[in-house]
Write a new protein. Sequence first.
Length: 343
Amino acid sequence: MGANDLSTAKAVMLHRPAPPPPAPAGPWSVEAVQALLDKPFNELLFQAQTVHRAHFPEGDIELATLLSVKTGGCPENCGYCPQSAEFDTGVKAQKLMEVDEVLRAAQAARDAGATRFCMGAAWRAPKDRDVEKIAVLVEAVKGLGLQTCATLGMLEPQHALQLKAAGLDYYNHNLDTAPEYYTDIVDTRSYQDRLDTLAHVRAAGISVCCGGIVGMGEEPVHRAGLIAQLANLDPYPESVPINSLVRVPGTPLADSEPIDPLDFVRMIAVARITMPKARVRLSAGRQQLGDAVQALCFLAGANSIFYGDKLLVTGNPDVEADVQLLARLGLKARSTTEQGACA
């Protein structure tokens, strides 16, 4: 190429994909989370999907099954919960299930593709004898090769250690909502009680499953406050279930205005951005969302679902419908029970 050719040659610009936006170095403020929630929808989903691909390049979906091993009769007055003894919802108090019953359910969950099995009991806080029985269940389910999770109410340090020794992988204890809206939902225990339980679980070396519920009459700022609380836990939860309120007749929140489905998708996206390495789970309320909104949630960074016909005592899309939806979307189920790290 001659000098004249060089002088007339046009510069070639190389365009490389932009790196994922960095997370703030400090804690997430409610204002910063609200700014994310307020972004134009397409921009928010693009940012969430970029973060998601950076941390979960395989794009698999974790399948978890939840079984109520002790149903009803709870002394708490959580306004969303049909298992509260204070509300007439038709849910009758039952005893703790036997080991054989739980094992049959866990085996069925494993056969259907679930890698995590969560056991829920309607207690304010388990007693020593309760924890001993749950520890037996944990050991039995663990023996099937499943990840184990439990949600039993408030937990004392010694009980957390006992469950860890039995092989418990995860403990679920949701914050429900923002601190300033919490007493509108429940007043039989404090927000600090919930934070204390999470601290006991962490200290015992158990991974944390912690999220909340939207559609309980809260304002947008309360949704931002919930995400800020979760994201500022140190470390943030490995598993973050985002629930859409299931309005159960007989509960105080039965007549709550449903959340706009697109606002629910926004919550998933902001959870993904603020907690990039967490498994963000579509939990209660999936039945009402429909396939299209669930697809948007997966695009926004959801990569875990509760899988089966029931969530404690409320309905859930059945297994075959979930299998078909994932197939239509070209999504694969997670095939390992190994736990990932959470930064």
